[in-house]
Design a protein around this ligand. Structure first.
Ligand code: O7M
Length: 221
């Protein structure tokens, strides 16, 4: 098992951006991370990374970027014994955290072999989560977790989530390309914005990241 040099709590003190990379081309993962270097503290990879690079490629990427915290966006939603097996495998690949769907409930959630982040609403919809946000929060509350995923383009939901989850790490996608503003997400209670295309498709990813970090520190809506 990989010993992470960066925990999410340490990253929380240093940065407000979790970099998401969802690309076809394996070289793009390497070049984006090489270009941003130690400015990036936490990275979210998902199925595109696994499908493009394979588990060994992802494992190597994580190993070579050992100063960063890596979350696998599995959006896990199977039954408990399968979720546990998947979580063990993700841990052996080198991930530090995993994202699961909240609707599966605590009986299906994997044991906390990695930091668990529970998704309680989505940045694009409508989805079933929108029918009862408060119920989605109560499902998440029953799960042993490190944090929750709340849309960064819905500051109203972030505020409600922060009231119910004062100690959780709140991570928020939907920033930039999907309309959310990181300053407003942080002002509303998010710890991190999850940001993909606005950084990795930018002509100047370093500048894009620095501007996002500045806006997050100013924390204005
Ligand atoms: O910044 P983008 O729009 O290029 O990418 C957003 C990332 O956030 C991308 O990796 C999505 O899979 C993810 N995401 C959403 O866009 N919306 C959601 O509701 C949830 C996620 C997510 O990260 O779920 C864990």
């Amino acid at each position: 098992m990989r010993i992470a040099l960066m925990s999410i709590d340490e990253a929380r003190g240093k940065s407000h951006v979790i970099l998401a990379i969802d690309e076809d081309e394996p070289g793009k993962y390497w070049s984006v991370l090489d270009g941003l270097g130690s400015m990036v503290k936490a990275v979210k990879l998902g199925w595109m990374a696994i499908l493009s690079m394979g588990t060994s490629g992802v494992s190597e990427l994580i190993r070579k970027n050992n100063d960063k915290y890596f979350i696998m966006d599995a959006k896990m939603a199977d039954v408990n014994f399968i979720n546990e097996k998947i979580t063990r495998k993700l841990r052996s690949i080198g991930f530090n955290g995993v994202i699961i769907h909240g609707f599966i409930g605590s009986s299906n959630a994997p044991p906390p072999l990695l930091d668990i982040f529970v998704l309680v609403s989505m940045s694009q919809g409508p989805t079933l989560y929108d029918k009862s946000f408060s119920e989605a929060l109560s499902y998440a509350k029953e799960i042993k977790r490190k944090g929750i995923v709340v849309p960064g383009n819905r500051p109203d939901l972030i505020r409600l989530a922060r009231e119910s989850f004062p100690m959780d790490v709140i991570i928020s996608p939907g920033i930039g390309a999907q309309g959310g503003r990181i300053g407003c997400a942080v002002r509303s209670g998010a710890d991190f914005g999850i940001v993909g295309r606005s950084i990795y498709e930018s002509s100047d990813p370093v500048k894009a990241l620095l501007e996002l970090e500045k806006e997050a520190r100013e924390a204005r809506c």
